[in-house]
Ligand binder design. Structure first.
Ligand code: PFF
Length: 450
C-alpha cells in the first residue's frame, strides 16, 4: 500500500499508541470501581484470566486483519472475503465499528471534559479565583459544553498531524507521563492511614465468589472495553504496523501494559477509598459494599483531596491530569477510526477529514450534554454493552470462519517465520473459531438480559 498512509516508525511507537488507546478511563476509573463493587480480589483474578485468555486472542484477530489489509477497517475486512455477501458483511462490521468508535468518543469526550475542568480547579483554588473555582466544580451546561469542546479540539489537533507526528509522537510523550503520575500518587496514598486495609481487600481473594456468573460477565466486558475491541480501532492501528514486525509479541505487550495499568490503578484507587473511609468519608455500607460507583471520582476522591489540606490541591491536580492524559490517548484512537476511513474512501485531506468528523462528533456530544439525563446512559449502553461485544464477535468470525486458513497463516508468518510452529498459533485459530465467539455471545446475551 502507499507509503503516504503512514506507519508507526518503531515498535515502541506502536506499543505506546495501542496501549494508549487501551489505557484510559476504563482502566483508572472503570476497573477499580468494578473491582470494589464485585468482591475485590476475586474480580481481579477473574479479570486477569479473561483478559489474557479471551481478550488478548480477540485483540490479535483485529490486529491481524488490519496488518493484512493495510487499509481502513472496511477495506481491511473486505480483503479477507471472497463472496459478495461476505463483502456486504465486511462493510456492515467495519462501518459499524467506525460509527461505534465515534459514538464512544461522543460520550467519552464529555467525561474527559469533566476531568479537564477538575484539573484546572486546583489551579483556580491556588490562585484565589473563587468564582472560576465554583464554575469549574459545578455541573453546568456552559462548563460541560466548553470542556467537551476543548477536549475534542485537543483530540483533533493530534489526529490532524497523522500517524507518526500525531498519534505516535504524543502517545510516546503522554504514556510515560501517565505512569509517572500514577506511581507518585500511589506512594503518597500508601503512607496514609487505612491504605493497608485497602490493599488487603484488593489483593487477598475470596475464592468462593470467583465463579459468580455476574462477576465473570462484568470482568469480560471490562476486558473488552479496556482493549478497545469491537470498534475497528485495533484494526486501523494494526494496519499501521510494518510487515516486518512480530504481531504476537506486539499484541502481548499491549495487553500486558493495559492489564498492568488497570492493576496499578487499583493499587491507587482501592486503598484511597479505605483512606477516605478512615478519614470519615462514607464509602462502604455496613455490609461492606460500595455505596455509589458514580460518585467515586467526583465526590469521594475530591473529599479525600480536601481532607489533605494544601498537599491535596497538588494531589488533586496530579490525579485529574492523569485522568485527562489517559482519556486523550484513548480518544485519539477513536477519532482515527472514522478519519482514516474518510481519507481513504473519499480522498479527503487528513486535516479536512479530521475537522469535519471531529465537528460532527462534537455536535453529537453537545446533543448528549443537552439531554444528559436521557441520552448519556443510552449511548453508553448502546456502544459498550451491545455494539462492542457484537462487533468483536464478528471480527472473530471473520478470522475464524471467513478468512482462508492458508492466507491467514501466511499473514501470521510475516515478520515471524517460525510463528506457524509456535504453541500460540496452533491454539489461537481454534480459540478464535470457537471459544471467543461463544464467550462473547454469552457476555452479549447477558448484557441484553440484565
Ligand atoms: N480502552 C479505553 C479505556 O479503557 O478507557 C476506551 C476505549 C478506547 C474504548 C477506544 C473504545 C475505543 F475504541
Amino acid at each position: 500500500m502507499s507509503a503516504s498512509r503512514g506507519e508507526f516508525s518503531s515498535r515502541f511507537g506502536f506499543i505506546m499508541a495501542a496501549a494508549g488507546s487501551a489505557v484510559g478511563l476504563g482502566n483508572i476509573w472503570g476497573f477499580p470501581t468494578q473491582t470494589a463493587s464485585n468482591g475485590g480480589a476475586a474480580f481481579l483474578v477473574a479479570y486477569l484470566i479473561l483478559a489474557f485468555c479471551l481478550a488478548y486472542p480477540a485483540l490479535m484477530a483485529e490486529l491481524v486483519i488490519g496488518r493484512h489489509g493495510q487499509a481502513n477497517a472496511v477495506s481491511a475486512l473486505r480483503k479477507v472475503t471472497n463472496q459478495a455477501w461476505q463483502k456486504k458483511f465486511a462493510f456492515l462490521v467495519g462501518f459499524g465499528g467506525i460509527i461505534c468508535a465515534g459514538l464512544i468518543l461522543s460520550f467519552y469526550a464529555i467525561v474527559a471534559g469533566w476531568m479537564l475542568s477538575a484539573t484546572l480547579e486546583p489551579i483556580a483554588q491556588l490562585t484565589g479565583q473563587v468564582q472560576a473555582q465554583t464554575w469549574l466544580s459545578e455541573q453546568s451546561l456552559s462548563r460541560n459544553i466548553i470542556f467537551t469542546a476543548a477536549f475534542i479540539i485537543l483530540t483533533i489537533a493530534i489526529i490532524s498531524k497523522g500517524v507518526e507526528n500525531g498519534i505516535e509522537k504524543w502517545s510516546k510523550r503522554l504514556m510515560p507521563a501517565l505512569l509517572g503520575i500514577l506511581f507518585m500518587l500511589i506512594i503518597y496514598v500508601m503512607t496514609q492511614e487505612g491504605a493497608v486495609e485497602g490493599l488487603k481487600a484488593y489483593l487477598v481473594p475470596d475464592f468462593s465468589s470467583i465463579l459468580n456468573p455476574e462477576l465473570l460477565v462484568n470482568a469480560l466486558g471490562q476486558a473488552f472495553f479496556s482493549l478497545s475491541l469491537g470498534t475497528s480501532v485495533m484494526i486501523i492501528y494494526g494496519s499501521y504496523i510494518s510487515k516486518k514486525e512480530n504481531l504476537v509479541s506486539l499484541g502481548a505487550y499491549v495487553t500486558l501494559i493495559d492489564v498492568f495499568i488497570a492493576f496499578v490503578a487499583g493499587l491507587l484507587i482501592i486503598p484511597a477509598m479505605y483512606v477516605a473511609q478512615a478519614q470519615g468519608v462514607q464509602i462502604f455500607s455496613a455490609e461492606g459494599t460500595l455505596l455509589s460507583e458514580d460518585t467515586l471520582v467526583f465526590q469521594v476522591l475530591p473529599a479525600l483531596f480536601t481532607s489533605m489540606g494544601y498537599v491535596g490541591i497538588f494531589v488533586g491536580f496530579a490525579f485529574f491530569a492523569l485522568m485527562s492524559i489517559a482519556a486523550l490517548t484513548s480518544s485519539i484512537s477513536m477519532l482515527e477510526a472514522p478519519v482514516s476511513y474518510a481519507v481513504e474512501r473519499f480522498a479527503l485531506k487528513r486535516l479536512q477529514a479530521t475537522w469535519l468528523i471531529g465537528g460532527l462528533i462534537a455536535l453529537v456530544s453537545f446533543t448528549i450534554v443537552f439531554n444528559l439525563g436521557s441520552l448519556f446512559g443510552f449511548v453508553i449502553t448502546l456502544t459498550t454493552k451491545i455494539a462492542q461485544p457484537l462487533l468483536g464477535l464478528m471480527c472473530c468470525i471473520f478470522v475464524g470462519w471467513i478468512w482462508h486458513r492458508s492466507a491467514l497463516l501466511k499473514e501470521i508468518q510475516q515478520g515471524c517465520p517460525e510463528a506457524g510452529n509456535s504453541f500460540f498459533w496452533k491454539v489461537w485459530p481454534w480459540y478464535i473459531k470457537f471459544v471467543c465467539p461463544i464467550a462473547i455471545a454469552l457476555v452479549f446475551a447477558n448484557s441484553l438480559l440484565s
